[in-house]
Every structure is written in structure tokens, then in C-alpha cells.
Design a protein around this ligand. Sequence first.
Ligand code: DGJ
Length: 742
Amino acid sequence: MIKFHEKSKTFHLYNEHISYLIAVEANGQLSNLYFGKQIKDKEDYSYLMTKRSVILAPCSFHNNLSFTPELLRHEYPDYGRGDYKTPAFILEDKSTCSEVSAFKYDSYKIIKGKEKLSYQPSVFGTDINTLEITLKDDLTNATLVLAYSIFDNKSSIVRSAKFINNGKNELNLKKALSMSIDFYDKDFDFIQLDGAWSRERHININSITTGVHTIGSTRGSSSAMHNPFFALKRQTTNENNGEVYGFSLVYSGNFIAGVDVDNYDVTRAFMGIHPDTFSWNLKSNEEFLTPEVIMVYSDKGISNMSQTFHNVIKNNLITSKYAHTPRPILINNWEATYFDFNEKSILDIAMQAKELGVEMFVLDDGWFGKRNDDTSSLGDWYSDKIKLPDGVEALSKKITDSGMKFGLWFEPEMCNIESELYKNHPDWIISTPGRDLTYGRNQLVLDFSNKDVVDFIYNSMEKVISNSKIDYIKWDMNRNITESYAKNLPKENQKEFFHRYILGVYDLFNRLTTKFPNILFEACASGGNRFDCGMLYYAPQIWASDNTDAIERLSVLSGTSMVYPISSIGSHVSACPNHQLRRTTSLKMRADVAMIGTFGYELNLNILSDEEKKTVVEQIEFFKEYREVIQTGDFYRLDSKPNYFYYQIVSKDKNTVLLFAYKVLATANPGMKKVRLVNLLDDTYTCINNKKEYYGSELENFGLELEVEFTGLLPAKNYPGVSYSGSDIGDFTSQVYVFKRK
Ligand code: DGJ
């Protein structure tokens, strides 16, 4: 519901869960009165913005100390007119070089439903109404449109801002965040997802204090260092209780996000394109639309916030036809072969996997050009006829004829100096004239801000795809951008480069997904260097991390699931000792972790023992049985203790409940452990593992007592009657419990 109360000049966006209140202030600016749990609608909530006078504070009106922009809780703060915190935008009038603008409320519009955009990712759906508030700057004739889309029945609002130059003079948008909101107080903890290559999205929680705290990326991708997400939670909030606000940027490029807490304890939260590497020229009649931010409110804890994100992403963001389809179990050859394979070794891996129940084979890096290591061939998207004499075309046919699906790896944005592409188009790489090149994994980035480059890559990919039998594409991206410069742009537009680059990436995604709607896309960037809502618009799953170690993956899973649905988290079982950590974990543990995701294997299954192969068959059978629950059910992170991770997934009909319990290190002579489940019906549930029956309330309030851990009674023959199941002995163990509602 969206209401405008004419007398009090307040907008009230609300549904059964949330309220969002915006006021038009006396000087024409917008202020934020409230965002949180639903409050009843009424004509006048203007009292929520107390007007105070403070000496020294700038006042908007002469001889009136009561209206001070410095003390306003702004909705989309401008620069240079009395608000001294982080501005949401800076718009320069190029005729005067002034950066001061004064947007005043003009009008509003309510739009039913929300359409998809083709040139950049956007939330869509018929269960959404959008309020567009138009503001105008009299001096420059610029227009600012703030959009707020509220769902009929989800605890979420989507925001964006659009700048239109209706004047004659050229304007330069030096900063254009997607959202800014001022909260009344600063009693929050800031949740961010941090990491690096192979340890992405670890949860990091700190209390906030006066001053500015930001996260972001200027690497050209959203990055593994900081995910384009943050949340503000109350100090007492935990996974399943309390208030939390989450913000996720629908964007894959450079971003900034953070809080600015002032000396009156007002917390400004903000998010959008990183202003350090951005500006956008607006000639007369041109416009600029920011990426969107999905904002979520929960008063039922962090897991509930995550579920709302999952719900929005699955139903209103992923455009792929596979959004709600259980994903195929795959075998990927990367960790099995790296670059060293030929058609026979690939077919051996694929056929063995098929025999064990795997549904799709994915041919990773190394199939094209003369790619025997990472120094050559990126950009040459045609088969290496030495490794694959009849090409990917024939290989894909052999594999699909066997009844398996076939997937192929590409890294469309990249080029090696040793490549036909570079020989023919050396000017297509990103480089600054007169400066040395900087390499990353021996490769260079193609200038995707140039449409000719995108056209060329589209055509070469389209050819391979059309001539082969392809069900899946893994789109990789393995370096950060340096020496940013667009040779096809005039000098005054150079700071548009990074945004234009990512629009080029979206353009290629859009063309490929439109031409090949039946192909399942998986995004990837050295693992999770670009795991964001922008990518999910086109690719419903993303390779979460190059780290396939089960223990590391638990942290990656906890952080990733904070925003992104389980069906989007690419996860595989790999060989041990693990290639990234040299740690050895059991096959059971590896599969029990990889199952919370898309699930697949990334090792040569031929070299497993018969017993291990039998285990793989059982794992695949188990996953097939519960895949739909795992990938479409409601996911909860249960409050975990140090050393223990617990997750719960409940099917939509609440008939099946899965409890995943993991132990990292064994403790000497440990006590018993129980886990309290959440959000069950108070019916009877049968635990398939121990055949016992429990009431939902019993599992919620007492909890399930986990298997007895090893207590040190050896040698076993001295202790008749004492037995352990064998699966909870030692370090790195896991249990998966299944409950069926009677
Ligand atoms: C990085 C990816 O994350 C890996 O899974 C693999 O595809 C390699 N690139 C191939 O170069």
C-alpha cells in the first residue's frame, strides 16, 4: 500500500510487515520519518521529526532557527546546503563548476507492477507497487526521481534514484548512490561479509560508533574483499530473534556502502556505486539511473532477514527459467585435471560420474586455443584440436548422447597477450596510453565499455554454443581491473569507464541469455569475487569459492546464505588432501557440506575405491531425494557455538525438516550437545535417522540431542557395550538428520 497524506505531506508505504514514512519538509527536501515494523496508517506522523534549534547549525529560513538541515533525518541528502554528513549525490553544473544543488519536491506517481530492465539488473514482479517521487532543481532544471518499490507481502523495499537533465547546460554527476537513510539512533552492530580469494564472505560483526565506516570495491567487480551487502542489527539480535535491517546492492561493479554516525547519534546508512571511480556526464535530456538496493527489515532475527532476501532474489530478481528448478548434480574436471586433459580422459571422468548418478559434465578451463597453462589463449573461443580432435562440438554430442547434460567454461571478459584476439585487436584491452600494463594471472581485461568488443565476444561464443550441445555455461572472471581507461570515450567521459564496463558485461549476459534461454548459467570470478545480486539477475547460481575444503566452506556458507539463496551457492565435493588447504576431511563431511548448495563433484571419481564409489552413489541418491527441499525450502542458520555449525532447512509444506550439524575439532571427553530447531508446526515429526518421534514444540524447546561424541574409551575390547556410530569420531565430522511430519 502506498499513501500520500496531502495535509501532512507524508508518504506512507506499508504492508502487513513493514512501514516506510517519508515527509516533504518546509524547504522542499525529503526526510525519513521511519522505517521498520508496520505501524498503523494515519494522516499525520510529522511529529516523528522533531524540529530543534542548535546554535551554529545552518538554517534554511531567515529569522527562523527551527529548521536546520543539519538536524534533519534526510531521505537522499544533497551536498553543500547544511547537511554535513555523507551526501547521497553530487551534481556539478558544468557552466559554473558549482556542486551545490537544491532539489525540491515536485510531484509523485504510483506505478503498479515492476518491469524487468534489459540493460541493467532490476527487481521485477506483479506483487510490487512503486512510488516515484519527483524533485526539481530550479537553477539547473535537473530532475531527480526517487523510486521506492514495496512488495505486497514481503518485508522489503527496493530503492533507486534517477537523474534527468532537463536543462540546457551540461551537468556532471560526480556521485549517485542508490540509497541513503537516516536512522534515529546508533544502537546497531554492523554486519559485513569480508574475505579474500578462497575465503570469501566470512561474517564480520562490529558495533558502530560516531564517524564514518565504509566497505566497498574499486577493483571493477564487487569483490571477495567486501560483499555489496551490509546489515544493521540491534545489539541483542541473534539468528532467530530481534531487529535487523539488511541492504543488498543489485550491482556487480565498484561500490561503496557504510554508515555515517553524527554527533547527535543519528546513523546514516548508504549504498551505491563507488564515487571514487565514477562520474557521469549528462547533456541536455540525458538521464542516469542508479542500480537498485534491496532493503529488508526483520524483527525475527537475522535468519528471517536472509529468508526475505532469498525470497526476493528467487521470485523477483533471477530471470533464468531455472530460478525454481532443482539444479543438476554436476561433475567438473578442473580440480581433477587442471589444463592437462584430452578427449579420452574427459570421457573417462564423465562416464564414471554418470555411472554413479551424476547428471551433468562440465568442461572447465583449457579446451580452447592453445591453452596448456594460464599464459595463453583467453579470447580465442574455438576448440584446441590437439586436446579435442573433433572439438567441443563432438565431445558435447558424445556426452549428451550418453544421457548426461554438458556444460562449458568461458572467461568472456579476458584476453592473453599470446592469443589471436590480441594479435588482431591489441587496442581492445584495457590500458592507459603511455603506462605499463599490470597483469593478473598473466591476463588482460578486454574493454567491455566498447560495444565492438562485446559484439566480437558475443559472436565467437555464439558460434561455439550454437554448434555444440550445451546445457550450462560457467562464466569465469579471474582478475581485477587496472589502468582503467576507455580508448573509445572522450577524455571528459573517462570516469564513466567502470560503470560502462559492467553495463557491457550485462549486455553480453543479456544477449546470451536471450538467445539461449535454456542454458543454465553459473557465474564465477576466481570463486566468489563477484557474488552479487547483479550477477544473479542473469546467472541463477555462482561458484561460491575456489576453496573446496569442507571446513572453510562452512564459513563461506554461513556468510553467503546471509543474503543469497541456497540454490545459488555453487558447491562441490573435491579430492583430499584438499588442494587449497591441504586438509583431509571425510568423503561424508565433504558431501554433507556441499549438499547445502547446487551440489556436484570436482575430482576424478575413477580413482576412488569401490567403497568410496558406493558412498558417492548413496550421497547422490540422498541428494536427489532431498534436493527440492534443500534448494527451495526455508533455510535457517541456527545459533552456532564456536567449533560447531548448525543449519536447518524446512520444506515449503513443512513436511520435511533437515538438520545439518557439523563439528570442526574434536574435544576431549566432551559433554552432550543438543540443537534447538525453529519454526516447526507442533505436530509429530519422525526422525528418519533414529526412528524416534518428536513433537515440533519438543524439538524447538528442548531440542534434538546429537549423537554421542567419542569420549576416549579405548581399546574398545575393554569396554563391552560401549559403541560409537563411527561417524562422530575425531575432527571434522557431520550429521544430517531428516524429520518427516506425520
Ligand atoms: C577460477 C575458477 O574459480 C575455477 O573454478 C576454475 O574455473 C579456474 N578459474 C579455471 O581457470
